[in-house]
Design a protein. Structure first.
Length: 78
């Protein structure tokens, strides 16, 4: 799954852009991350998008994705 690696890489790119004074809204980045996830993450994305007034920020999304990856690994190990 390794989506948390995807977010980590996204954060690195954001830090590089900020070094060049490029400001990108966190919510735009979260939307792009959610849209860029593989099909295996569809249920996760639906759960995030259903019933929320506001998307999580990037750090919150990373934490949620880490929890989901941990759950997935536990199911694989069972």
């Amino acid at each position: 799954m390794m989506a948390t690696e995807y977010i980590r890489h996204t954060k690195e790119i954001l830090h590089q852009l900020k070094a060049y004074n490029e400001i990108i809204d966190d919510q735009v980045v979260v939307e792009q991350v959610l849209n860029g996830l593989l099909e295996a993450w569809d249920n996760f994305v639906r759960n995030i998008l259903s019933g929320v007034k506001e998307l999580p920020d990037l750090a919150e999304l990373q934490a949620l994705m880490q929890l989901e990856e941990d759950r997935f690994k536990r199911r694989e190990d069972s």
